[in-house]
Each structure stands twice: as structure tokens, then as C-alpha cells.
Design a protein around this ligand. Sequence first.
Ligand code: GLU
Length: 563
Amino acid sequence: MVVDDPKELLFLCALQNAVKHGGVPQAGAVIGMVMGAHPELRSRAKEVSGLAKEAIADVAALSPDERIAMLKTRAPEMYASLSEKHEHKKVLPDLEKSEKGVVMRFAPNPSGPLHIGHARAAALNDAYVKQYGGRYILRIEDTDPKRVDPEAYEMVREDISWLGLGITETVTQSDRFSLYYDLCMQLIERGGAYVCTCDNEHFRELKQAKTACPCRDLPVATNLERWQKMLDHEFKEGEASVRIRTDLDNPDPAMRDFPAFRILDAPPHPKVKAHVYPLMNFSVVADDHLLGVTHVIRGKDHIANTRRQKYIYDHFGWQVPVYRHYGRMGIEGVVLSTSQMRLGINEGTYTGWDDIRLGTLRALARRGICPEAVKNAMLAIGIGDTDISFSWDNLYAENRKIVDPVANRYFFVPDPITVTIEGAAPHTAHAMLHPGDTARGTRTLEFDGSVLLPKSEISPGTSMVRLKDLFNVKIVWDGNIPSFSYGGDSLAEARAVKAPIIQWLPAQAAVPCTLLTQEGEMKGVCEPLVGAELDRVVQFERIGFARIDSVDASGIRAYFTHK
Ligand code: GLU
């Protein structure tokens, strides 16, 4: 960065900062950048800080597209360094034993649609299968009737197809009960499991005391008989369960002879009529083995399960997959609990599973977040085991990279007021559909006397505004009553007096438009052409990106994506 004039330097740094992070540049960051590159300016800190304020105000007055265009022309090398860093993809760490390809799986419970929390396992496993080649199994884990919503099977399938995972096969655990029963019998024969008929509370006390229960040492033949009785409904719920023989001295009581099968008397399972149900540690190991899974990537909350599961592998003498456990990911700002979502939907608080206050993938889709952005954000988070909080800003930055080059630009005027502008001849504004892609052409807005302006932009004290791509408007105030007149065409003049550049629409050609945000509705008007963008993401200039959700006689409804 070879720039002599501190003013220009600050302006460019503020510009780069704004292009990189969006929004208003932070004074501290801008000054730090300048001082870092030019330590000789440190002795002029006060002056620099004053100039920084001015530079930041100048940058803040520009639209995101103008900022990019200006940075590209005035400091191409600063722009280039930005995109190099932006395009730098974080590479996932290598997985051991992956030389011959991998078999991995994504194993959601069909208790509701997939949410942003699921996306991490889904995307990481997907990326590794792509990296090493192999199979990617979708396994629907529906062995716990309490965690099954009949509608979720279809929703999970839809969500996966939206995410665009490279799934090579799908299995559903409720189709595989006979396989689990068979393996259970084999495990009992090997002495790796036994049928326990102890009262739960009694077993717990024995377990805490590291003491074997009376069932543990019964002969294999007796255990096999008891197992058959379980299957034959001769035991009722709570009267018998199958336990894995582990280590009663294990310091963690949760590892001691944990259960593998239980009886459920009348579970309302939508897909299977069973009396004996495998518990997840058993069905997961059975399937990981039967399906040839080589690598398991899952959250740290499964570490105890991994330890339990290793006992089952050892009893069978099976090869254990390679495990990686990533850290917890706190997600704020949206509802993620399936039961809370369901309750809210039933009570009418939420409009459905795609209500934008929810953290479901379908809610993100409705807002115009692209599946690639979700996957990229998850890969950037990676498989580290440190606990982190999910950054919406990073997801939005990923999404912006995708939608910014494609989204057409339009005016949206929130909370409009109708204003007549004196002294202005009819004008035709040609506004670019996309400033970075002139080939897309322009949209035409005809001015013929009166316009709709955002109410919030017209406040006492404002003496001039520029209607974007049209002309300047002088405002004279009589107390609280403004009057508006033509103020010339010159953009330079508007800039010189720091006139806000605002959205407008011809009063005779504006369509009612409701912009739905997570915080509530914003009523306004937009260009009629927006009606042709159904289901696409557009950019409402100076407001942000939005997905056009519906278009009908009453107007347009759009969901706010992000700035
Ligand atoms: N179905 C389990 C879950 O969604 C995943 C099981 C696993 O990764 O082993 O938590």
C-alpha cells in the first residue's frame, strides 16, 4: 500500500474494512491498519483519528456495490488481497486409514426436520467422502418410538436433498430389527450380553456398588431362553432387558453393563410392530459394522457412547471404525428444540417448520440461505474439538459470496410517504440490475411528478437527499412540514453536501411489498419487476438481500436474508 496522503490512506482502509466485513467500518480496526503500515503516523494520532472519522462517514454513505467498485478502481491490490483471503478454503485435517477410500454415514433421528445443528455432521461426512471417495450412507435412526415423528421421514429426505449431500444409499433402522435380534442372540452365545430381570432401581444400586446382579452369571442357555421369552412377549415392559457385559470396575458408572435391548409394551411406532427394541448403542454398532462404516464423525456428546460401543465391538471381535468427535456448537438466536418447535407450531406461535424464527434448514431455505453456504460454513468450522458458538455472520458471509453475484438489485421503500417534487421535469431513471454485470442491463423507472420515499429518511434538518439514479431533491422545512423541489442532477453536488442517497419509487408504479424479518414485518413498496423474481434472492438496495416468497394480487412477500 503506497499511499502518501493519510486522508486517502484512511479512506481506502475504511473502504477495505467495509467491503470485507459489511456495515460501518470500525474506527479501531481502520486506525490500527493505517498505523501498522505507516508507523510514522503514530505521532499524529489525534489528527489521524479525526481523519478516520471523516473517512468512515464517507464510506458509510456508500452502498455495498459502490464500495466494491471504488476499492477495485482506487486500490486494486487491496481488493485483490481481500479476495485471496476470502477464497482461502480451510482444508479439513486428514483422516487416518483413508487410503482405500471411506464409508461414512449421516445418522439422524426422524424426530423432526433437520436443523442447523445437524448440518455439521452432514457436511463434514459428506466432504470426507468426496475427498477420499467411497460410500455415504444415510441411516435413519428410528429405533426409539418416542423420537419418531411420522412426518419427519419425508422431511429429512427433503432436507438432505436440499443440502445436496452425496448420499449413495439409505437404510432405515426400523427395517432391520431382525438383524439386530440375530446379532443379539450371537452376542448372548458369546457371553457378551445377558438378560437382566432385576428391578431397575435395584440394578442401579448394585451398579453403583460395582456389584454384579444375579442375572449376570446365569448360564448362556438360560440367557438364550430368557431372550426368546422377551421376543415371545412373556416379559412385559420393565421386566427384562438385555445388558452388555462390560467392566463393573469402570470408574464411570454409566459404562457398567449398559442396556442394549428393552421391551416397550405398546409403542406407537409408525413403521414397526415390535415388542423388543434395540437401544441406540447396539443398533449403531450393528449397522456401522454391517454397512462397513470405516469412519465416524460425530459430536463430543457421543464420546460416552463411543466408549460403550467399543465393548460391543470387542465382544464380537469386529474392527472398530476411526472416530472423530467435534466440539459442541452453541447456536443462538433461533429455536432448535424439536419439542419446542412442535409445540409452537401446534399453538400457532410459528407458522410451520419453516418459520424463520426456527433454526431448521427449511427456515434457512425460506430466507434465501443457499445449501452451499451452509455446507461451506460448516466446513470452515471443521472437526476441531473445542466448543464454539455458531457465527451467523460467517454463514451470511458465505451466503453473500453466492447470492451477491447473481441477485438483481431493486428498490424497496419501507413505510413510504408520497411526495410531490416541484420544478422537476419528467425523468427516466435507468438503474442497473447488477452493478457488477452491466450485460444484465437496466430497469427503467419513470418519474412524473410524485414519488414514494422512505418516511424514516425524511426528518427535520435534512435539506437535501439524492434519489438514487434519478436526481437531487431539496427539502425546505416550515416547522415540521417539508416541501420538496428539484435540486439538480449532479451526483457530485449531492456528495459534496453529504446528501443521503435514498430509495424511491414512482408513485404510479409501485407494488405493495412486505419484508418479513426475524424481528417482524416491514411494510413497504417495491418495483413491479420484483414480481418476476419469485423464489429467487434479490437485493433490495441499501436494505439487504431477500428471497421473494410469494407474489399475488395483494402484493409481494419477501423474506429478509441478510445485509
Ligand atoms: N442418531 C444419532 C444422533 O442423531 C447419531 C448416532 C451416531 O452418530 O452414532 O444423535
